[in-house]
Design a protein around this ligand. Structure first.
Ligand code: DGL
Length: 271
C-alpha cells in the first residue's frame, strides 16, 4: 500500500486527458499535476530543450514525494532518452508505449496513422515502437503544429469552425492512406477527440494516449502493491508555470469541474 500521490506532467493542458482517465480508474488516488504553461508548446522545440524542461518537470513532481510519475506528454515521451528514464529513482511511464500497444491491438489492417507534434513526428518514436510490436505495418505520420495553440486558446468546441478547418487539412493526407487506426499522439488532441472523430469517421479507431497510459499506471500500481487503501475520494492539485486562472478556466471546461481553488502558479526555474 502506498498513499503518496501520482505525479502527472505536460507542457500545458494536454495531460489533463490522462488525469481524467486516472480519476475514472482510481478515484481514491491523489494526483499532483504540473502544466508548464509558461513554456508551452514543447512540440516545436529542439530535443535538448525538451529534455531539459522534462527533467525540471520531473524534479518538481519529485519534490512532492510522488510514488509514480506519468509524462502525460507525447513530445516528452518521444524525446526523453531511455538512459535518462533509467536514472530516475521513481517509477515512471510515458504515454507512447501504452498508446502504440493499444494501436497495434486495435488495427486489423496494420495501417496506422499518427498525428502528433513536430518533435514527436521528427523522433519517429511511434513508428519504432509499433514496428517492435507488429510485422510490416504501414505508418502514416503527420505533424499538426496548430492544434496545441488552438486547444490552449480554448478553441475546443466540437463545432468550432477554425479548429475543424485545420483538422480537415491535417487529416486529409492521413485518411487518404486508408488507416483503420489513428493515434492521437499528443495528449492535447483527445480534448478535441469528437471533432477529430467526426472527420475521421466511425470506421477509424482513435487511440487516446492519456487513457492508455492511465490503464498502464493502474496495472503497474496493482502489480507492485502500490495502490492507496484509503477510502476517501482522491484529491487533485494542479500547478502551472503561468497564470493559474487561465489554466483553471480551460481545464475546468474539459474536466467539467471547478478547479479554481486547486490551481497554483510556481516558478519552474527553481527545479
Ligand atoms: N501535450 C503534449 C504532447 O503530448 C505537448 C504539446 C506541446 O507542448 O507541443 O505532445
Amino acid at each position: 500500500m502506498d498513499n503518496r500521490p501520482i505525479g502527472v506532467f505536460d507542457s500545458g493542458l494536454g495531460g489533463i486527458t490522462a488525469v481524467r482517465e486516472l480519476k475514472k480508474l482510481m478515484p481514491q488516488e491523489d494526483i499532483i499535476y504540473f502544466g508548464d504553461t509558461s513554456r508551452v508548446p514543447y512540440g516545436t522545440r529542439s530535443r535538448e530543450i525538451i529534455q531539459k524542461y522534462a527533467i525540471q518537470d520531473i524534479n518538481f513532481l519529485k519534490s512532492h514525494d510522488v510514488k509514480m510519475i506519468v509524462a502525460a506528454c507525447g513530445t516528452v515521451s518521444a524525446n526523453l532518452p531511455a538512459a535518462a528514464v533509467e536514472e530516475l529513482d521513481v517509477a515512471f511511464t510515458g504515454v507512447l508505449l501504452p498508446a502504440a500497444q493499444a494501436a497495434c491491438a486495435a488495427t486489423k489492417t496494420n495501417r496506422i496513422g499518427v498525428i502528433a507534434t513536430p518533435a514527436t513526428i521528427r523522433s519517429s518514436a511511434y513508428g519504432k515502437a509499433i514496428r517492435n510490436i507488429i510485422h510490416s505495418p504501414v505508418i502514416i505520420g503527420k505533424a499538426c503544429p496548430l492544434f496545441v495553440p488552438l486547444i490552449e486558446s480554448g478553441y475546443i468546441q466540437r463545432d468550432n469552425q477554425v479548429t475543424r478547418l485545420v483538422a480537415e487539412d491535417y487529416l486529409r493526407p492521413v485518411l487518404a492512406e486508408k488507416v483503420d487506426t489513428l493515434i492521437l499522439g499528443c495528449t492535447h488532441y483527445p480534448i478535441i477527440e469528437e471533432l477529430i472523430g467526426d472527420i475521421a469517421g466511425e470506421d477509424v479507431h482513435l487511440i487516446d494516449p492519456g487513457r492508455e497510459a492511465a490503464k498502464y499506471v493502474q496495472a503497474f500500481l496493482t502489480n507492485e502493491h502500490m495502490l492507496t487503501r484509503r477510502e476517501r475520494q482522491g484529491e487533485c492539485y494542479y500547478y502551472v508555470s503561468d497564470d493559474a486562472a487561465h489554466f483553471a478556466e480551460n481545464a475546468g471546461v474539459f474536466l467539467q469541474d471547478d478547479i479554481a481553488d486547486h490551481v497554483e502558479q510556481i516558478d519552474i526555474d527553481r527545479y
